[in-house]
Design a protein around this ligand. Structure first.
Ligand code: ZN
Length: 523
């Protein structure tokens, strides 16, 4: 199969053994070392190649006794790290909670296995995971680049205490998984959740439209520039970046059970995923897909993680992990994400990153526990009404941020009977679905579907039938949607269609977060 794939970059030269030494710290001013064009975030700007050149130059130009000095210093560092990191017992079970303890009722205590990091991890010389290259077609470029990435624990030690700065292995999700996308489960979930033949037909038409708008290189564009649409569809978006468009276009396929291994669109999905994998820029902070907006990073990472989670194939596992690493490293010190790495967060960018991290959990990828704890603190900082409502960057009560905030609260462990959750759900239900804001509808529909209860059937019928009614029925636009709205004008018909398709996939795209028994108990 791999012979059909886009050509991969040739393998890099074998990694010299001297790279087992810890890499030199990045210069405070990364200019001239091959960093990204965005020079405002120096900590993520140092390209690996710059460090390699630096290392080679040092080795060439340094006298023997200096090399010896470096080696001895490294040995001393190793000894020091061994002393610092020698665990009393390993692994040890811990309860992950925030330090405040103020809202014990608001989260389920999650027992996870915390494994002490291997000293080799801290030295950055070995992969933290099994060598996937041995069992998959993962390109050697990624494996080689992996060895140059500074270990996560070392990066975050200045932000978190020593316990928090360790990687925590994946824990099983309580719900929200992808099992419902399987053909043998989907029909029952459609019937159970309130979908119907017309909604499923609308999804099928949307997927056909999306497939017809994939570009030759496997990407999609919001602005429909050039092939294959050639302006036959109206309402293109204004954004030219491809990673967000490609990630967003892939999600409805994955949401309906089409992976790169299965389903009638496996070739479409395969080419899209490979586009993202090839577009990824390896940095010391992980795999960069953000193209000047972390929306792209979050959305593309969800696609990669879902593909890993939904298939037994390992082709995209390393790439997905690198993308997750980048998200973790791009988090602002107060827990949020915004357009650029480490900028103070806003709720909308935050939502995509958090869904990417949840998808990563489901794929069995490593997600740093401190990232999630810190993310909850970001939500605390924009909530009002004790967490019933959310704002964009400050405490507020706005529909879109509230829908995002509540959905992430559900994923991070709020029980269904928590008062702010029921108040927030009631607020969304009273507002009802929007006729133009599919961003709000996308999140609010998930919140109401997970929550269930009396509000769901009304919300569902209203929005489901509205979308079925408004889907384009003829011409090149057949199967797509467009509504005039602030997001719609930027993302255009491609964005709108992907969001609408995922809204109509809500019945099976994520398994329920609250079991039926829990729903009945509280009704
Ligand atoms: Zn078109």
């Amino acid at each position: 199969m791999s012979q059909d794939l886009p050509k991969l970059d040739p393998p890099k030269k074998p990694v010299p053994t001297k790279r087992r030494l810890p890499p030199p710290p990045p210069p405070a001013d990364a200019s001239g070392t091959g960093g990204r064009a965005d020079g405002t975030i120096p900590a993520v700007s140092v390209a690996a190649g710059g460090r390699h050149r630096f290392a080679r130059a040092v080795v060439r130009s340094t006298a023997g006794f200096l090399v010896s000095l470096v080696v001895h210093l490294a040995l001393l560092l190793t000894m020091a790290l061994l002393v610092v990191l020698t665990p009393t017992e390993s692994p040890l079970a811990v309860i992950v909670t925030t330090d405040s303890g103020k809202d014990d009722l608001l989260r389920q205590a999650d027992t996870v296995q915390l494994t002490m990091p291997d000293v080799r991890d801290v030295m950055g010389s070995e992969l933290r995971r099994p060598l996937l290259a041995d069992v998959s077609a993962a390109p050697p470029t990624l494996d080689a680049a992996d060895r140059t990435i500074r270990p996560y624990a070392a990066r975050r030690s200045d932000v978190f205490d020593s316990t928090d700065s360790m990687r925590v292995p994946n824990r099983a999700p309580r719900g929200g998984g992808f099992e419902g996308r399987r053909p043998d489960r989907r029909g029952a979930l459609v019937a159970d959740g309130g979908g119907n033949a017309a909604s499923e037909s609308a999804v099928a038409l949307a997927l056909a439209w999306l497939a017809a708008h994939q570009r030759r290189d496997g990407s999609w564009r919001f602005d429909f520039d050039g092939e294959p649409c050639n302006d036959q569809c109206g309402n293109p978006g204004t954004v030219g970046a491809t990673n967000a468009a490609t990630g967003l276009a892939l999600l409805p396929f994955l949401g309906a059970g089409h992976t790169h291994m299965e389903g009638e669109y496996r070739d479409v999905v395969h080419r899209g995923l490979y586009y993202l994998k090839d577009a990824m820029v390896m940095t010391p902070d992980g795999g960069d897909l953000h193209q000047q907006t972390m929306y792209a990073q979050g959305i593309a990472t969800i696609a990669l993680c879902e593909a890993v989670a939904m298939s037994d194939d390992e082709t995209f596992r390393v790439a997905a992990q690198r993308a997750v690493d980048f998200i973790a490293n791009a988090q602002h010190s107060k827990g949020g994400w915004r357009y650029l790495p480490r900028h103070p967060g806003d709720t909308t960018v935050f939502g995509w990153q958090m869904m990417a991290l949840k998808s990563a959990h489901m794929a069995g990828l490593d997600v740093p526990s401190p990232t999630l704890s810190l993310a909850e603190r970001f939500l605390d900082s924009v909530q009002s009404g004790d967490g019933a409502y959310y704002g964009y960057m400050t405490p507020d009560e706005s529909p879109g941020p509230t829908a995002i905030g509540l959905l992430i609260r559900m994923y991070t462990g709020w029980r269904r009977d928590v008062t702010p959750l029921s108040k927030g759900v009631a607020y969304l239900a009273k507002k009802g679905p929007s006729e133009s804001d599919m961003y709000y509808n996308y999140y609010a529909t998930q919140v109401l579907h997970h929550y269930g209860g009396e509000a769901w059937p009304k919300w569902n019928e209203q929005l489901r039938d509205y979308l079925i009614r408004t889907q384009a029925a003829a011409g090149h636009e057949r199967g797509s949607w467009f509504f005039v709205d602030k997001h719609g004008s930027r993302g255009g018909r491609l964005y709108t269609t992907a969001m609408c398709a995922m809204i109509l996939e809500v019945y099976y795209r994520h398994m329920p977060l609250y079991g039926r028994s829990a729903v009945e108990e509280n009704m």
